[in-house]
Design a protein around this ligand. Sequence first.
Ligand code: DAH
Length: 355
Amino acid sequence: MSDIKKIKDEFLLRLKKNLDLNQVNQIKTELFGKTGLISSQFKQLGKLAEDERKKFASDLNLVKNELEDLITTKINDIETKEINKKLEKEKIDITLPERPFIQGKIHPVSQVIDEISSIFSEIGFSVEEGPDVENEYNNFTALNTPDNHPARDMHDTFYLDDAKELLLRTHTSPVQIRTMLNNKPPFKIIAPGRTYRSDSDQTHTPMFHQVEGLHIDKKINMGHLKGCLNYFIKEFFEVDKIKMRFRPSHFPFTEPSAEVDIGYEIKDGKIVIGEGDKWLEVLGCGMVHPNVLKNVKVNPDEFQGYAFGIGIDRLAMLKYGINDLRAFFDCDYRWLNHFGFDPIDVPTNYRGLSR
Ligand code: DAH
């Protein structure tokens, strides 16, 4: 029997046994390593006579391929078995019952802020934000509020230091200052957010929400202010007509200043916005005072405009028939479940603001 046949028979026998990966690799080296049996056989080729060489080479190649294939198959089998064993051990137990799924609700205040942002974005306003902790300058001085103004009083304002330099902003108006100091005119922004005053009763909470509006450009006048607010109130309350009146008022940062009332009536015990002979105050507004513009390095001879501040909580109460302001901040899950909104139901001007 030739050497080649002997090698073949011996190794086919050995490879048939139950082997582990190490043992198969060992056999692989014995055959195909540098000094392996098959490799050594190839080295003999040169010593053979020409007529023998061809047959020898062809026999040797056949055996080489056969053994090689067998070894590869064997290694693959062993590896697959190992993976399967692992999978078996690491199987995830999916028989556990799922955890209860509770869907949250959007708070009416958040919903109304989204509605307001959507309405104003439709007519070119962008949304700005400012911090709840403000400095005295942005909250009062830059807004033309004199030193002796009652709003500066400790009874009204939460100061955060003895020097009265830091405070919780008492309105969203300082965002006007921040926006104008950091950018160049024109400005057309709204700024919704939290505001704080030392006040607490059925209609006042120490923390509440406002949205500020500011539109500064060349030749902006009170007609623009009226048109803008008229559009907003109609869109917000989703009515075609609205009765609205401007009542003269005073704010240090606007001249002239006005408060805006909207008409309403009570029908079947429910408040109906837009008609009727009763009046509800909803916001403060006016033409931005030249001193404010000077404070933020905007030339009042070139640029003018209007500003307004609206109480968001009040609007939410009116629109959604909520009658106690304090409930907004009680964090009562049952209340939120009743008055809250579906998280997926994002208000847009096209799909509808509220449902
Ligand atoms: N900041 C005022 C307040 O909290 C509301 C206000 C009134 C804002 C007139 C304005 C405005 O921008 O022009 O009572």
